[in-house]
Write a protein that binds this ligand. Structure first.
Ligand code: HEM
Ligand code: HEM
Length: 206
């Protein structure tokens, strides 16, 4: 099953979700290491190149993801959520999608405004042009601050989001986490027995 349906996510959503999630963790660790830890300058230079290449990959995947999220059917929310919880989950998803675009975009602005004017090689295959922005130390400092702030804000949202997923799995025993790991017919958990009751299912869909 490639596409989402009412009961769960398809492979396109699942693969995009976990690929972007893993890349974001790697990028946060790389960014922190190259900028904050005392490392050899030549290692630092190559970490910057890896950081930029992987960051551009996230930017491209996040753009596809944003379109996909807008166009695809959303699976029905897990049962038993209040309207506020549903809205909070939806708002967190939108914030995550927006930040996964804004953070690499701000990183691209850092590289573009830097007075060092170092080209951004995409994995040594080709050069990604700088954005048409004036190069100056104040502009670079500003975009570095924006990039860093948004990156750690993204980390905060991811932590909240991952804790919520764990809470669903461990405390509420619903299939929220499982349906982001597999497609197809879902394992029916005891707490979902109501799903088989047509009256309750009918009420839930109103
Ligand atoms: C989702 C994608 C990205 C994440 C999560 C991310 C995260 C980070 C983090 C955590 C730092 C270190 C902040 C600090 O503690 O000072 C950093 C620095 C940096 N990032 Fe990214 N980044 C991403 C994408 C990009 C992209 C696409 C580029 C450029 C094309 C980029 C360029 C940079 C640069 C140049 C710095 C160092 C700034 C400086 O030394 O002044 N990043 N990034
Ligand atoms: C350890 C990390 C993560 C865990 C455990 C996790 C878990 C989940 C789970 C269980 C869902 C399904 C929610 C539902 O059934 O309604 C979900 C959806 C979602 N997650 Fe994550 N997630 C993680 C990281 C991330 C990251 C890094 C991002 C984005 C930057 C992200 C963005 C989203 C979005 C946008 C959705 C809504 C479905 C979609 O359109 O893709 N997640 N996540």
């Amino acid at each position: 099953m490639l596409r989402n349906n009412d009961a769960g996510f398809g492979w396109v959503t699942i693969v995009l979700h976990w690929t972007i999630a893993i890349l974001i963790f790697v990028l946060l660790a790389l960014g922190f290491t190259m900028r904050r830890l005392p490392i050899d300058p030549s290692l630092q230079f190559s970490l910057y190149q890896w950081h930029k290449s992987l960051g551009f990959t996230v930017l491209a995947l996040a753009a596809i993801r944003a379109l996909w999220h807008g166009l695809e059917l959303r699976p029905r929310p897990p049962q038993g959520l209040t309207a506020i919880e549903r809205r909070a989950a939806g708002a967190t998803h939108v914030a995550l999608i927006a930040l996964a675009l804004a953070v690499p975009f701000a990183g691209w602005a850092v590289a573009s405004t830097s007075t060092l004017n170092i080209p951004s090689f995409y994995f040594n295959w080709f050069v990604i042009p700088h954005l048409p922005m004036a190069k100056s130390a104040p502009a670079e400092d500003l975009w570095t601050l924006v990039h860093m702030t948004l990156a750690y804000l993204l980390l905060g949202f991811v932590a909240l989001h991952a804790l919520a997923a764990l809470y669903h799995h461990v405390v509420r025993h619903d299939d929220v986490l499982v349906r982001m790991l597999q497609t197809g017919p879902r394992r029916r958990l005891p707490s979902q027995a109501a799903d088989t009751d047509p009256l309750i299912v009918g009420r839930k869909r109103q």
